[in-house]
Design a protein around this ligand. Structure first.
Ligand code: NAD
Ligand code: TYD
Length: 336
C-alpha cells in the first residue's frame, strides 16, 4: 500500500506517518509538504532512516508538482492533511487559508481524477458544523454552519471533495475529527500553548470566560481511526471522529497548571476570539459501527503524556518559537 501523505510534516500528519510506518509492514509513505511555519522535518526524524519513507518538499497548490509526485510515486491512496489549520491565524490573515485549503484540495482532487487512486482520505474537522447548542451532538448529516475563515474553508473543501466522488467517481472519504492534542503540536493551539507558557512561567491567555467546550481527541487515536477508514471506510461517505471527552477550556487550563505544578494566578482572561464557537460536540456512532474504532487514550493519560513530552522537548519548543512565532504572538495577543 503506497500512501501519499500531504501535510505529513505537521502535527497530525507526522503522527500518522510514524504510526503507519511503525505498525504496518506493507506500507510505503511519500510525504508532500511545503514546510510552512507549521511543518517541521524534526517531527519526521523518527522515520527518516526508514527505506519505505520519502519526503518531497512542495506546495499542494502547484499542479505540476502534484502531477509529478503522482506520476513518480504512483500512490494507492492519498491521505490529505495539508492545510492552514489555525482559527486565529485564519482570522488575522485569511488569504493563505483559502489558497491551501481550497485550491490545494482542488489540485489534489484533479490529480486523483487524472491518475486514479484506491482511496482519497480528506482529513477535516468538526468545526464545519459550527457551534452546537447543548444537548445536541452533530452526526454526519448535521447542517454545516462554519464560523471562521478556517472552518468555512474546510467545509468548502469537504463539499468539493465529495463532489469529485459524485461527479468523477474519485473514491473520496471525508473525516471530521474533534480537537486533537498530543506531542509535536505547534504551540499556537490551546493545549501546547498553555503547556509551553506554564513551563516558562508566562501568562496563560484564556479567551473570554473560558467556558467554551471542546471535545479532546488524542492524536494517536485520530490516526488509528484514519488507518481503520483506509481499510474499511466507504467511498462517498463522511465519518465523524470524536474523542468522547468534552471539557470547558478553563478546566483544561486548570488541569495543565495542576499537572505542571504552576499557580492558577498565571491564568489571564483576555478579549474573546471574534465569532468564537461556544461548543463542539460530535456523534461518532457511524465510525464505531463501520470499523469498530473507538478512542483508547483517556484525557488524563493523554494530557500527562503530552506534558511529559513538552517537558522533555523544550529545545523543540524553543526552535519552533522563532521570530515568525513571536510576531504572530504579538499580533494575536498583543492588544488583547
Ligand atoms: P498543522 O498546521 O500542524 O500542519 C499542517 C501541515 O501542512 C504542515 O506540515 C504544513 O507545512 C503543511 N502545509 C500547509 N500548507 C501547505 C501547502 N500549500 N502545501 C503543502 N503542505 C502544506 O496541522 P494539523 O493540526 O496537523 O492538522 C492536519 C489536518 O487535520 C488539517 O487538514 C486540519 O484541518 C485537520 N484537523 C486538525 C485538527 C486539530 O485539532 N489540529 C482537528 C481536526 C482536523
Ligand atoms: P484552538 O486550539 O485554537 O482550537 P479550535 O479553535 O480550532 O477549537 O482553541 C481551542 C479552544 O481554546 C478555543 O475555544 C479557543 C480557546 N483558546 C484560548 O482560550 N486561548 C488561546 O490562547 C487559544 C490558542 C485558544
Amino acid at each position: 500500500m503506497k500512501l501519499l501523505v500531504t501535510g505529513g510534516a505537521g502535527f497530525i500528519g507526522s503522527a500518522f506517518v510514524r504510526l503507519a510506518l511503525g505498525t504496518q509492514p506493507g506500507v510505503e509513505v511519500c510525504v508532500l509538504d511545503k514546510l510552512t511555519y507549521a511543518g517541521n522535518l524534526e517531527n519526521l526524524e523518527p522515520v527518516a532512516g526508514d527505506p519505505r519513507y520519502r519526503f518531497v518538499r512542495g506546495d499542494i497548490c502547484d499542479a505540476e508538482t502534484v502531477r509529478r509526485v503522482f506520476e513518480e510515486f504512483q500512490p494507492d491512496a492519498v491521505v490529505h492533511f495539508a492545510a492552514e489549520s489555525h482559527v486565529d491565524r485564519s482570522i488575522l490573515e485569511p488569504d493563505p487559508v483559502f489558497e491551501t485549503n481550497l485550491r490545494g484540495t482542488y489540485t489534489l482532487l484533479e490529480a486523483a481524477r487524472a491518475r486514479p487512486v484506491g482511496r482519497f482520505l480528506h482529513v477535516s474537522t468538526d468545526e464545519v458544523y459550527g457551534s452546537i447548542e447543548p444537548p445536541a451532538e452533530a452526526d454526519e448529516a448535521f447542517p454545516l454552519r462554519p464560523s471562521s475563515p478556517y472552518s468555512a474553508s474546510k467545509a468548502g473543501s469537504d463539499l468539493l471533495a465529495l463532489s469529485y466522488h459524485t461527479t468523477y467517481g474519485v473514491p473520496v472519504t471525508v473525516t471530521r475529527a474533534s480537537n486533537n492534542y498530543g506531542p509535536y503540536q505547534f504551540p499556537e493551539k490551546l493545549i501546547p500553548l498553555m503547556i509551553a507558557n506554564a513551563l516558562a512561567d508566562e501568562p496563560l491567555p484564556v479567551y473570554g470566560d473560558g467556558l467554551h467546550v471542546r471535545d479532546w481527541l488524542y492524536v494517536d487515536d485520530h490516526c488509528r481511526a484514519l488507518l481503520a477508514l483506509l481499510e474499511r471506510g466507504r467511498a462517498g461517505e463522511i465519518y465523524n471522529i470524536g474523542g468522547n471527552c468534552s471539557l470547558p477550556n478553563i478546566e483544561v487550563v486548570r488541569r495543565i497548571l495542576a499537572a505542571t505544578g504552576k499557580p492558577e494566578s498565571l491564568i489571564q482572561h483576555v478579549k474573546d476570539r471574534p465569532g468564537h464557537d461556544r461548543r463542539y460536540a460530535l456523534d461518532s456512532a457511524k465510525i464505531r459501527a463501520h470499523t469498530g474504532w473507538r478512542p483508547e487514550v483517556d484525557f488524563e493519560t493523554g494530557l500527562a503524556e503530552t506534558i511529559r513530552w513538552y517537558q522533555e522537548h523544550e529545545d523543540w519548543v524553543r526552535r519552533v518559537q522563532t521570530g515568525e512565532y513571536r510576531d504572530y504572538y504579538q499580533r494575536n495577543y498583543g492588544g488583547r
